[in-house]
Design a protein around this ligand. Structure first.
Ligand SMILES: [Zn+2]
Ligand SMILES: [Zn+2]
Length: 189
């Protein structure tokens, strides 16, 4: 209680939230079979693994473990390197996942990932514990945070590079991108 967690909405407003109770993030990669095989990483490991990530458990044979390249330990390390954890609940945030931002303060995990957003230092939160999709402020991709605006601009650049019109035939509408940026505060927090 009284953790004073402040969520940043896409228009930069702050909104105080009370984190709800969520199941723990008990992700792991663990051996199932006793028989051992060699993996490409140079380690010998069990032939079958159970992998639990963000609440889903899958069973992987050695062949399915990155084409037998990575043993369970190395796969665990690779996953840890390729993902970050939600600052609030610890959920794994992987590539291209939508994220929320919280103003840096008390009540976050020690391994929270910090980013600068506007003038503020924030930490990254996952879609599981944000109050609604209205609080998606960007994505986590390629080891960094992209704001909604950056995502939009990138998509437009890609569309232009590919010669795809974005449905705006009217040249008068081309200045539209700027008007969205100056959107007034709505105060709906
Ligand atoms: Zn290994
Ligand atoms: Zn979370």
């Amino acid at each position: 209680m009284g953790k004073n967690i402040k969520l940043i909405s896409p228009n930069g407003e702050k909104c105080e939230v009370e984190p709800g109770e969520l199941p723990p993030t008990d992700d792991f990669v663990g051996p199932v079979a006793q028989s051992k095989v060699m993996f490409g990483c140079g380690h010998e490991g069990p032939e079958v693994y159970a992998m639990r990530l963000n609440g889903d458990t899958v069973y992987l044979t050695a062949e399915q473990m990155a084409g037998r390249e990575l043993c369970g330990d190395c796969l665990t390390a690779a996953i840890a390197k390729a993902t970050i954890r939600c600052a609030l609940c610890g959920w794994r945030i992987h590539n291209d996942m939508s994220v929320a931002l919280y103003e840096l303060g008390d009540g976050f995990r020690d391994d929270a990932t910090r980013v600068e957003f506007g003038e503020k230092t924030c930490v990254i939160g996952c879609p599981r514990c944000m109050p609604s999709e209205d609080f998606i402020v960007g994505i986590w991709s390629g080891g960094r945070f992209f704001s909604n605006e950056e995502v939009k601009n990138t998509l437009q650049e890609v569309a232009q590079a590919m010669g795809i019109e974005d449905g705006e035939d009217d040249p008068k509408k081309r200045g539209r991108e700027d008007s969205g940026r100056a959107r007034e505060k709505k105060g709906d927090c």
